[in-house]
Design a protein around this ligand. Structure first.
Ligand code: PDD
Length: 286
């Protein structure tokens, strides 16, 4: 249960935490966010998440709401006051509030900052990883700057709904050339028949996942060959293994893509190895 939420300088009870009706995040999706895993009461990969937050703000010229040190402090207070041991921190920064206008407000407009923490049942993702998940492919109809973590998530919401209705847990976006870009809320990976780990190269079409970066660190320490390149839906269907990465899923094996079973239909060995090593390599700050 979320009890206390940080909003613009104050810690408020969940039901009373509110933002302005003309907040630009609400009206225009003029806002960015981060989701960070909480494990044993501490933050996983906070440095990388804060670096990506700073980059998203810079790309959109939204002023930082506070220093990284102050943000870490707020996150830790929210985690403690909600007594979260395992779960996530959700942090959102918008360009602030003001009469609705497409033109940017004065640069002095204070950004809106919301930080909340939510507990998850420990082990939910490990249990799901025992069987793996199905994904459904959908056309990538998002905008040209998916590298910025904006709250403009409607295409992802609809894609995930389409996936769920088809009995899948995640959607994989496929571009007009037939290449997989990423998941609705995760990065997409395959393992080729010769055992090479493949994930799409970073550009404006995908989010530079923090979990993606740490999984690459894990793969390097394990001596696994990695290729960052485009891969098609067809190549994914013929893959030995597939999985998704995100702060909430860590490494989640994919055992079915649309109607095609991946490998022998059970989570692959490499996915399992990366998942089990992940938290030994990731940064942990209590
Ligand atoms: N989503 N790609 C997209 C489109 C995402 O929304 C996410 C994360 C990722 C993985 O990024 P990371 O490894 O840094 O979590 C990739 C978060 C978890 C969310 O929206 O809830």
């Amino acid at each position: 249960m979320t009890r206390i939420v940080y909003v613009n300088g104050a810690y408020r009870p969940y039901a009373q935490a509110a933002i302005h009706v003309e907040d630009r995040g609400f009206q225009l999706a003029d806002a960015i966010y981060e989701v960070i895993e909480i494990r044993d009461g501490g933050l996983v990969d906070a440095t990388r998440h804060l670096a990506r937050l700073a980059r998203s703000l810079t790309e959109l010229a939204i002023p930082p709401p506070m220093s990284d040190g102050a943000l870490l402090h707020v996150m830790n207070v929210v985690i403690r006051r909600n007594r979260v041991r395992d779960g996530i921190v959700y942090m959102q920064v918008s360009r602030g509030a003001g009469p609705r206008d497409f033109a940017l407000p004065p640069a002095t407009t204070p950004p809106t900052l919301v930080v909340l923490a939510r507990a998850h049942r420990r082990g939910w993702s490990a249990e799901l990883a025992e069987t793996g998940i199905a994904v459904k492919t959908v056309p990538d109809n998002r905008w040209g700057r998916c590298d910025i973590k904006t709250v403009m998530l409607l295409p992802a919401v609809l894609a995930k709904d389409e996936a769920r209705r088809a009995g899948a847990r995640e959607a994989w976006f496929v571009d007009s050339a037939g290449n997989v870009t990423e998941g609705a809320s995760s990065n997409a990976w395959i393992v080729t028949p010769d055992g090479t780990l493949v994930t799409r190269q970073l550009d404006h079409h995908i989010l530079p996942g923090v979990t993606r970066a740490t999984v690459m660190d894990v793969a390097k320490t394990e001596g696994i060959k990695i290729e960052q390149r485009t891969f098609s839906r067809d190549e994914a269907l013929a893959a030995r293994e597939a999985f998704i990465t995100s702060a909430t899923n860590i490494v989640m094996p994919v055992v079915k893509i649309d109607k095609t079973t991946i490998g022998d239909g059970r989570p692959g060995k490499l996915s399992h190895r990366l998942r089990s090593r992940f938290h030994q390599v990731a940064e942990f700050s209590a």
